[in-house]
Unconditional design. Structure first.
Length: 454
């Protein structure tokens, strides 16, 4: 029986007409039925800049950005000889983009709702273009299948946390079964948008930056896919970010648990939430390069053959360490509860945590600092100290918390680098610690040499 494959293509795989045709060839070659695309490379950043410029700068500034986005898409449309009907669809999206920007400029206010609708245009435009590329590839291969554009907002139901909306899994599943059930006939290749969704009231939402991977996984769960493929600009998950460490090697196979840790602790190649739906439904995930589809790539599965102590490492920059101290914590209970309640009320997520007799330290993304009220609320119950410019380094592998001598080897390798906080014990798969931002690249390079290259 044919497999139902969901394939996601990232921004660089949508870079221009040639990339779109290459990506469509990959999707065709693999037999994908549902193709989920990101905005063309750079467009989401441009749309954010457009929202900000429209809000706070003279209209001429916004017009410049509008024209940059417009010409990028018109060039791809021309290169693909976009048929009239699709060109009209694209023109309608250009008009929508202009009028949202104008509205923001008149009100001098870019609400989170307006920003989400504005950002959604990136994926809505690229998907129109990629549907045409897909149609041309199907024709080239004399395939009986048809390419079809689909508005993912018909199925990707989310809550109303604009900017970082949460998919409502049950609703997505029932809508997908209803509206995309025909995929199992294998007569259509549907091209749709990553990153965006819609509330029950029909408001457009986005899932947070890099969210197209997550969209694809949610859709794979919704249509009960057999395989999820993530096509990007690198040939799979590497032992660390190849941009930081050129000696990084591709990983053939990695477990769901290790890959989840890697994604959560900074490997940008996968959005941190991507594997949740795959784990729930035990859907194997493949990561490969749309530029080199024959390269081996990485399979992420529940069970894998080898379980090395250290398989990979990642880093998360722009971290802060918040230390909360109070003598009242001595012999008292409920202090941690109070602290977590405040973080919960502010919807702030904590990555790593350590405690001592009278203090608790947690790591957070530095964007949290914008939230002055959070710090004020914490200050009501404890002395608050904030350290900035830190990087969380994570070593990912197996049986990490039960391996004698590992910590010694790690810290001997970076003995001249000051380590601010260590988290070991909670996970078999992760050992993480904080170092200052300017020493983080060195630390990763040395640890990679010691534990992976050796
Ligand atoms: P896309 O636009 O396709 O979603 P991203 O830029 O989000 O692509 O993710 C791919 C990038 O992730 C790579 O170019 C690479 O620099 C980075 N990356 C970080 N860590 C890793 C890793 N461990 N393995 C592979 N790539 C990684
Ligand atoms: N286009 C969105 C972004 O740039 C989502 C994605 O590419 O995954 O963040
Ligand atoms: Mg990405």
């Amino acid at each position: 029986m044919a497999k139902l494959i969901v394939s996601k293509f990232g921004g660089t795989s949508m870079g221009d007409a040639e990339c779109m045709l290459r990506s469509s060839e990959v999707a065709f070659g693999r037999g994908a039925s549902l193709v989920v695309v990101s905005a063309t490379s750079g467009t989401t950043n441009d749309l954010i800049a457009l929202g900000k410029a429209s809000e706070s700068q003279p209209w001429a500034e916004a017009e410049k950005i509008l024209s940059k986005i417009h010409s990028r898409h018109v060039k791809i449309a021309a290169d693909l000889h976009l048929p009239t009907e699709s060109m009209q669809r694209l023109e309608t999206l250009f008009e929508e983009m202009g009028s949202i920007a104008k509205g923001i400029n008149l009100l001098k206010d870019c609400s989170v709702k307006a920003m989400d609708t504005l950002m959604s245009l990136g994926e809505r435009m690229s998907s129109v273009l990629c549907t045409e590329a897909m149609a041309q590839v199907l024709k080239r291969h004399n395939s009986d299948k048809k390419a079809m554009w689909f508005d993912v907002r018909e199925v990707l139901r989310t809550d109303d946390s604009f900017g970082k909306a949460r998919p409502l899994t049950k609703e997505v599943e029932s809508l997908s079964q209803k509206k995309l059930g025909f995929l199992r006939d294998y007569k259509t290749v549907v091209v749709t948008q990553g990153y965006i969704g819609s509330t029950e009231e029909g408001m457009t939402t986005t899932l947070g930056r890099g969210g197209s991977d997550y969209s694809a996984a949610i859709l794979a769960e919704g249509v009960a896919a057999d395989v999820l493929e993530i096509w990007t600009d690198v040939a799979g998950i590497a032992t660390t970010d190849p941009r930081i460490c050129p000696a990084a090697k591709p990983i053939d196979e990695i477990s769901f648990k290790e890959a989840s840790e890697l994604a959560t602790f900074g490997a940008k190649v996968l959005h941190p939430a991507t594997l949740l739906p795959a784990i729930r439904k035990n859907i194997p995930v493949f990561v490969g390069s749309s530029f080199d589809a024959d390269a081996k790539g990485t399979w992420i599965r529940k069970e894998v053959e080898d379980h090395p102590l250290i398989r990979a490492m990642a880093m998360r920059k722009k971290q802060i360490l918040v230390t909360l101290s109070t003598p009242e914590m001595l012999h008292a209970h409920g202090f941690l509860f109070q602290i977590f309640k405040i973080f919960n009320d502010h919807k702030v997520s904590i990555d790593a945590i350590t405690t001592s007799e009278i203090s608790v330290s947690v790591t957070l993304d530095d964007s949290t600092l914008v939230n002055k009220k959070l710090i004020a609320d914490l200050s009501e119950i404890a002395d608050v100290q904030v350290e900035e410019n830190l990087t969380l380094i994570s070593l990912i592998g197996n049986n990490i918390n039960h391996t004698p001598g590992l910590a010694k080897q790690i810290f001997e390798t970076i003995s001249d680098i000051n380590v601010r906080m260590i988290c070991l014990g909670a996970s078999k798969h992760n050992f993480c610690f904080l170092v200052s931002e300017d020493q983080s690249t060195q630390a990763i390079q040395r640890l990679h040499k010691k534990f992976v290259e050796a």
